[in-house]
Structures are given as C-alpha cells and as structure tokens.
Design a protein around this ligand. Structure first.
Ligand code: SAH
Length: 357
C-alpha cells in the first residue's frame, strides 16, 4: 500500500468511511503525497496525454477563437486571461502565440493560472516565461475585469460523489476499510433534494454522480462574465447527464483499480455538462452554448485547413505523426466525440466561435 493509502486506512479505521469526493481530493491534491502534488503526469512517459500535448493546432485554434471572442466584445483594453489546470502550459503557450496575430490582444491580457500542483507550476513558469503569469489556488481570487478563460481536462479532476438508487432513497457510495484494505461500500439510504429530479430517469440500483465543486466553479465564472464580460471555454470528456459509474483511475496510459494505489494514479470522472450549464443558467445575464463534440468544434474553427498548411512543411515520420494527431483530436472514434465543449458568454454577446447557441 502507498504511504497515502496507509494514512487513509488509519483515518477511516478511526473515524469511519469517507465519500468518493474526499478520497479523490486526498489522492489528487494531498499536500505531501497527492498525485498532482508530486509529479508531472503528462506525456508518453507519464500516465496520460492531453489534446494540447498531441498537437499545437489545439491551442492555436483556441487562441484564435478566444481572440475573436475578445474582438466580438469590443476589444476590452485590459482583461484577465485565465486557464484552469494548465498542465505543462502548452495550451496557453500555443494560444498566446496564435492570438498575438490579432493586434492588441496580447497587450490587453494579464495572465492568471489556477493551478494546485507545485510541480506543474514550475513547468508552466518555464513554458510561459515571457508572459509573467500569476498563480491562484482557486477562481475566487482572480482579479476583477473581463474574463477570458479556458479549461481543458480540469473539471474531470474535481471530486465527485456517487449515489446508488435504492427502493427507500439513495445510498452514497463510500470508501471503507475491510480486512485492512480499502473497499467500496454503501451508506444508509437517505433522500437528497439535489437528486429528486433524477427519480424520473433512473431505476433501482442505478448510480448517479454529482460534482458540487464543478458547479460552483462554473457559477463563479458565469458571475464574473455577467458582470464584466468575457468568455469561458470548457473542454472535457463527459456528456449531457450523469448516468452510471464513471469514476476511473489511469496509470501508464491504462485503466487501474481506483483504490489500489492511492496517490499514484490519476483519478477522474466524466463531466456532467448539464450540471455545468445549469450552474451557468442560474446566473442572470449569461448564456451557455450547446454542448458540442470536440471534433465538430475543431472542424468549425478550421482545423483541416490548418492541418494541411502544417503538412506542406513535413515529410516522413513527422508527417505521419501530424496526420495521426489531426485524426486523434477530431475523429469520433478517438477524442472527437468523447470530448465535449461548452462556452459561457454574456447573453448579449455573439456566441463563442465554433459553438452554436
Ligand atoms: N489542461 C492541461 C492539464 C490537464 S491535467 C492539459 O490539457 O494538458 C489537470 C490539471 O488540473 C493539472 O494541471 C492539475 O494540476 C490541475 N488540477 C486538478 N485539480 C485541481 C484543483 N482542484 N485545483 C487546481 N488545479 C487542479
């Protein structure tokens, strides 16, 4: 068992089972043993790869779309440019390079990154050395002003709770200890106001997930955009509605048991975009886009033309890997439809480029 596993086993033995949310938060962000606290998990040698690490086209197209959204809102002369969970800083570096083609955008932007991992902050400082980033632990401390924000694979890392439907209510799935090992168990049945709408579309034994931190982050972002203008683009794997158990652990590019090595594997859950859009809708003056597949979004932004332009300068293995990267980002059997996009804009502003209302 990992050192964090020993800590959690002792704690559960002393004070009782913990929620999946508490377990996720400890495993990912424990100050000493957390998965993100202790490593850079990205890339071929790491545990997983993300869209910006697959191709520069991803960040470039998002940069141009963000700059277009800034133009559409009258080019505010100073604004807060933010990324949530910027990983190695690759997306933001590609975004800034492409958006610099739009006169005035770079000079108007001050860069603010929300990042909990000290290791990844160091990587971001290197990738974005010329752009004087400021770091935050949460969106709450971002400065006032128009907010242009991107979050790729951030919301899937936020802690979820799981509830299993039972004839007499919902039973929360919890992490308990049995025979000195971590295991999943079920709490006593209870009724939850926040789940009453799920009685209509679930049957006994079915599992639903909630992610309160995700909804609160979405509401804070929407509140800022309602007040000062701006746009947020959220990209992640998930769908419109949480249904079933999507709690998963990834290590060395494969699925592993989420309870086997606490702190050593990435823990995530699919993002419920309906819940994020609901949180946005609760803020008057903002609009969320239709949830749109990543492949459709990137095609709308012109990825094929950009891919062809880059391909003209390549040959041999470099060309092959570029063609594979284009396919990987857009094809429905790869990341094209597993990943979905949602934007937040002021209700009075034009829709975000590539995303319909
Ligand atoms: N967006 C990057 C990295 C995705 S990995 C990319 O696409 O490559 C998830 C990122 O979110 C990491 O940078 C991780 O450290 C950060 N993160 C996860 N949970 C967080 C939390 N609760 N608070 C702040 N940052 C968090």
């Amino acid at each position: 068992m990992t050192p964090l596993g020993e800590i959690l086993i002792r704690r559960i033995a002393a004070t009782g089972p913990i929620s999946i949310a508490e377990y996720m938060a400890e495993c990912l962000m424990h100050p000493v043993h957390g998965y993100y606290t202790t490593r850079d998990p990205l890339g071929r040698e790491g545990d997983f790869t993300t869209a910006p690490e697959i191709s520069q086209m991803f960040g470039e197209l998002i940069g141009l779309a963000m700059a277009q959204a800034w133009v559409d809102q009258g080019r505010p002369s100073s604004f807060v440019l933010t990324e949530l969970g910027p990983g190695r800083g690759t997306l933001m570096a590609d975004l800034l390079r492409a958006a610099a083609l739009v006169p005035g955008f770079r000079d108007a932007a001050s860069l603010h990154l929300v990042e909990g991992s000290p290791v990844l902050r160091t990587a971001q400082a290197q990738a974005l050395a010329g752009s004087s980033p400021n770091w935050h632990m949460t969106v709450e401390t971002l400065p006032d002003g128009p907010l242009f924000l991107v979050a790729n694979e951030f919301f899937d890392a936020l802690p979820i709770r799981q509830f299993q439907r039972d004839p007499s209510g919902w039973r929360e799935r919890q992490i308990a200890v049995s025979d000195g090992k971590l295991m999943l168990g079920l709490a006593m049945a209870a009724s939850y106001d926040t789940l009453s709408h799920r009685l209509a579309d679930t049957g006994p034994g079915e599992i639903v997930e909630t992610c309160t931190p995700g909804a609160s982050v979405a509401a804070v972002i929407a509140g800022r955009i309602a007040r000062w203008g701006g746009a947020a683009l959220i990209i992640d794997y998930g769908g419109w509605h949480s249904r079933g158990d999507t709690f998963q652990a990834i290590s060395a590019h494969g699925f592993v048991d989420p309870l086997a090595e606490p702190g050593s594997a990435d823990l995530t859950a699919h993002v419920d975009f309906e819940a994020l859009a609901g949180a946005v809708r609760s803020v008057p003056g903002t609009a969320s886009s239709a949830m749109t597949a990543q492949g459709v979004f990137l095609e709308g932004l012109g990825i094929t033309a950009r891919a062809e332009a880059i391909a003209r300068r390549l040959s041999g293995p470099a060309l092959d890997s570029h063609v594979a990267a284009h396919r990987r980002l857009t094809h429905p059997e790869e990341m094209g439809s597993l990943f979905q996009c949602l934007s937040v804009t002021p209700a009075s502003a034009p829709p975000f480029p590539g995303l319909g209302p």
